[in-house]
Write a protein that binds this ligand. Sequence first.
Ligand SMILES: [Zn+2]
Length: 504
Amino acid sequence: MCSNHKQFTVTLGCAVTVLTAGMLMVTPTALGQMSQINNPDWSLRSPAIHWPTGHTPADADLFAHNELLIHSACSSVWPYLVDAQTWPDWYPNSHNVKLLNSSDGKLHQDTRFAWNTFGVHIESRVHEFAPSSRIGWFGYGTGMSAYHTFLLLPAPEGCRVVTEEVVTGSGAIEFRKTDPGAMHRGHDLWLSSLQNALSRSTSDATKPLSPKSQAPGFYRAMLGSFEVTALSDGTAPRHVDKILSKPDIAVSEYAADHEMEPIDLSINAYLINTGAHLVLIDTGAGELFGATSGLLVTNLEAAGYRPEQIDTILLTHIHADHSGGLSIGGFREFPKATVYVDERDLEFFVTRKDDSNESEARITSIKQSRATVGPYLEGKQISAIKQNGEIVSGITSRSQPGHTPGHTAFLVQSEGHGLLVWGDIIHSSEVQFEHPEVTVQYDVDAGQAAQTRSQQLQLVSDKGWLVGSEHISFPGLGHVRKVGSVYQWVPIPYSATVTELDPK
Ligand SMILES: [Zn+2]
């Protein structure tokens, strides 16, 4: 602590009285500083920041300093900071920002706003507001009180953006104990996303007349008394002939269907509201697959839900496009959820001891899995599925090994209606219903995956089960029909109203 006592006394007025040699008595205002003893940000504190009384770095239970030189004028950076409602468009650690008393939708002196960040709901109020120069707000969440400030300093190459935050209270102490670097990483993400948002806007020489975005990607229906909401995470364009085991078949099937590669493969997830539980089956790709995906939380919010309301997550398997959305920038997107995943996938992709004999692609996959599933392991929020059985009332797991060792489907049943949600039994509806023997390069055991696919197609066509299929065009809901010795995908009829999905 206080390694440079003189400077510290001058800048912050922290008083340390030396009593006897080797014995220090610390005044109450210095207690916060003691908590920052191992915080590398502590020595970087900017003397130019205006801190309100009671929220100075010396009071902090949690403190972060971050800065970044952005190659734009401070006057260009400023509009991004005050347009708080659009933060979630570019800063993935912010959600659901609602301004409570602003006439033009922007932050001003004393604007109050509610939002979610770091998995916590925060009520904020702007305290300092100096256009293109300074903005600071108080933030209040359960067990914590914060002051967060941005300082914009003109520099010859652009704008030096400094951000610091002081958080106090039991929630802050808890946060510091579980992950002391979390706030620093989150703010780093904020600054780098700010830079990205600015560079996107300046490289857009010709701006479209209207925003080129799709309609929100959710589709709602009932299954007995359960509400089912199909959620789009977006799409992943793929040269399918390069990933399927029989490229000739892929080329001829897509040509016959008048489709051109790359093909947009959907990434779907399914939200089940059972009345007792809010269950999300798979989480999309998060930040791992680029800009055409990672839309799950946006679409979840468009559908009227918030990530922190989800209590149960079921993973069909651990792969970037299914489990990647669990965490963004190392932070849990679903702070209150227990994640159920087959123990074989957990071992294979996350907790295994030895990666030495694995391919580079597999090692990347393991690293990504540790980064996205890992925070839930640390939070003791993982429940390993050991065998087929009920997870919550009305939802049972069914093992479908092959694509991954623990690949699992979930059968959702209410009042005699049923829906089987599966992950990667089908990647290409154009090819694999007619040719179930065609495998995909992402299969861990291609032979077993093909065998499982044939069994499952036979099963659902025999039983007439409704299927939710995560890579078939959104919403990926339909039936499988057997025609001779092969199969056909029959999408459900679209309904403009919320109707029974399985009307039999
Ligand atoms: Zn997949």
